[in-house]
Design a protein around this ligand. Structure first.
Ligand SMILES: [Zn+2]
Length: 604
């Protein structure tokens, strides 16, 4: 990364725009000693509890509780060091502190790794008896029962030991792809309509595809896919074996399929996946209508996939200073109720947010923290409307953490991806609806509607298309097929045709897109973006139509952390993801937005 000109150094930033990280750890001088202490405690822990978890209800409770105490202290130091490092990555002190904390995490994990296998070796009846006997152990009832649920997929001691050793090599396919994709691959420069060259990287590609210069867009697109085409046999082989690893591992662990194995962690029924794919498929004609509208707005005879990301509606850039951005989100989040706004305002004044970019600061945005800290937010706020969406998104995560940590014990104090993105997306949807409510100027409405529709396209449709692809490839392996590059490219092309419809010209390029998606090496994961988005859309509609009762139910959901399975937790917010309803509601919203967008465009 090149240093940006005129960027302030960290100490030149007004303290009121920096997060109050001192509230987390005010004296760093004891950190080294504290880490050593934690290591010693872990050693003592293993000596005391290994081999004794089944002794008595009291011993089991003590083992759970003291493991939590050790992890809690360690997590706090790690999160602190990590956030300090993010303030200025050139500061080697905090890089060193982060590395030390990570080394202790690895040490403690290894020393306490006896815990789960040993817990599972205790008889089911004994464990359930312990829970009845010791009221304190009730806190851990859900984790214990969840471990018992997964017990049928745990093999004998010998087999587990062999599998653990094999684990050192089964990640190879992912590592090979990562190396290929991040280190070895070379992209030709893209060339614009004036003959100027533009370097193509994973980072610059998205921006190049948003360029108004169509020659440049096409050139970047060709450069990207030429590179993958040149490596397609190697990538296909890596992906074939990666998929095979999923299938074989699932079989070894007595799962019916690779998908069943992947979904079992969150205890998600396969029907959730199938509902997503089938409801989105039913609604593809509306996606095609949207794509056709894009073609019309671009005014091109033939539209290609490289025309899919260029913004359709241009509006004059308006600066939104940070304080004004906060006022907007306060108004937008009002439907969530007074308590939410009050807690949020208190958080802002306590110094949750690190607002502006400075030299060396980590880019992007996140919500982070631990059970014993504020739920901090890192931003690189640059006064745009996009940045206001970023604040409200990260605030969604932070408020989720706040409500959860106030209500749950440490063990349930975080969130699964399945529920986490729901909380951030509800906030984004509320902001979008608020802005649309305020806006009357047709061009500005078009801009917002288009932004909203693009979210649907990229999160709900595109991720579902990926989910469908993963399902197809895993089923093929399960049926005994080998995944060849030709077959995968054809399957992918067919999916792309199906999702984007007849308004897009077929070319020989997009068929290689699957080869550049790193998420495919972590199968059956991306569907969570699509389901999370649908759940959030359904919740937002409920809050806006039903008011307080729906908002209160949603706040209750925010308090639940990881105290149950995601599908059960979402039911608290009155969304039942085990049926097709939330996906249908999301699709209805898409269609409603599209109707208005189309109407405005046709009226021009
Ligand atoms: Zn997020």
């Amino acid at each position: 990364m090149s240093a940006k000109k005129g960027l302030k150094s960290r100490d030149q930033i007004d303290p009121k725009y920096k997060w109050n990280i001192e509230a987390m750890i005010s004296d760093e001088s004891t950190i080294d000693k504290d880490l050593q202490k934690i290591k010693n405690q872990a050693d003592k822990y293993a000596a005391k509890y290994a081999g004794h978890l089944g002794d008595s209800a009291q011993t089991l409770y003590d083992a759970f509780a003291s493991r939590d105490r050790i992890m809690r202290k360690l997590e706090k130091i790690f999160v602190y060091a990590h956030m300090r490092r993010d303030e200025d990555n050139a500061n080697s002190l905090y890089q060193g502190m982060t590395d030390k904390a990570m080394a202790v995490i690895a040490y403690v994990s290894a020393v306490t790794s006896f815990f789960t296998p040993e817990l599972l070796s205790v008889k089911r009846k004994t464990l359930l008896g312990f829970i009845e006997e010791n009221p304190e152990l009730k806190t851990y009832e859900f984790v214990i029962k969840d471990a018992l649920r997964q017990k049928e997929h745990v093999l004998g001691k010998k087999e587990e030991a062999v599998l653990a050793q094999m684990g050192e090599v089964t990640g190879a396919t992912n590592d090979i792809f990562t190396m290929l994709n991040n280190a070895d691959i070379r992209f030709e420069d893209a060339v614009d309509s004036k003959g100027r060259k533009h370097p193509v990287t994973h980072g610059s590609y998205g921006k190049l595809l948003e360029s108004k210069d169509r020659v440049l867009r096409k050139s970047a697109y060709d450069s990207m896919y030429d590179a993958y085409k040149g490596l397609i046999n190697t990538i296909s082989t890596a992906y074939n074996y990666n998929t095979k690893t999923d299938v074989v591992s699932a079989r070894i662990r007595n799962f019916g399929s690779a998908r069943e194995a992947a979904l079992s962690g969150d205890n998600i029924p396969g029907s959730v996946y199938d509902n997503l794919v089938s409801v989105v498929n039913e609604n593809l004609p509306n996606m095609h209508r949207y794509v056709a509208l894009r073609k019309k707005l671009l005014g091109v005879d033939k539209m290609y996939m490289y025309d899919m990301y260029v913004p359709l509606i241009k509006i004059p850039k308006k600066k939104i200073p940070f304080e004004e951005g906060l006022d907007i989100i306060r108004e937008a989040l009002k439907p969530l109720g007074r308590d939410y706004i009050r807690k949020m305002n208190k958080g802002i004044s306590q110094g949750w947010i690190d607002v502006y970019e400075n030299k060396g600061k980590t880019s992007g945005a996140y919500s982070f923290g631990c059970y014993d800290s504020y739920p901090y937010i890192l931003l690189n706020y640059a006064d745009t409307l996009r940045d206001v969406f970023t604040i409200i998104h990260e605030m969604g995560h932070s408020m989720h953490s706040k409500y959860t940590r106030d209500a749950q014990p440490y063990i349930y104090g975080s969130h699964s991806i399945f529920t986490a993105e729901t909380a951030s997306t509800v906030n984004e949807s509320l902001l979008m609806n608020y802005l649309l409510d305020q806006e009357t100027a047709p061009r500005m409405r078009e801009y917002l509607l288009n932004m909203y529709l693009e979210e649907f396209r990229t999160t709900l449709f595109r991720q579902t298309m990926f989910a469908e692809f993963e399902d197809i490839t895993h089923k093929a392996i399960e049926a005994g097929q080998v995944l060849t590059s030709d077959w995968m490219c054809e399957e992918y092309q067919a999916l792309n045709d199906k999702y984007y419809g007849p308004a897009v010209e077929r070319d020989d390029t997009i068929r290689y897109e699957w080869a550049r998606i790193p998420h495919f090496y972590n199968a059956f994961y991306v569907y969570k973006y699509a389901t999370g988005y649908s759940a959030a859309t359904a919740i937002c509609s409920k809050i806006l139509t039903e008011g307080k009762s729906a908002a209160d139910a949603y706040i209750d959901f925010l308090r639940t952390g990881e105290s149950d399975y995601p599908i059960e937790l979402l039911k608290i917010a009155c969304v039942d993801m085990s049926g097709p309803e939330p996906i249908r509601k999301a699709m209805d919203k898409f269609n409603e937005l599209l109707d208005e967008f189309e109407g405005l465009v046709n009226k021009r």
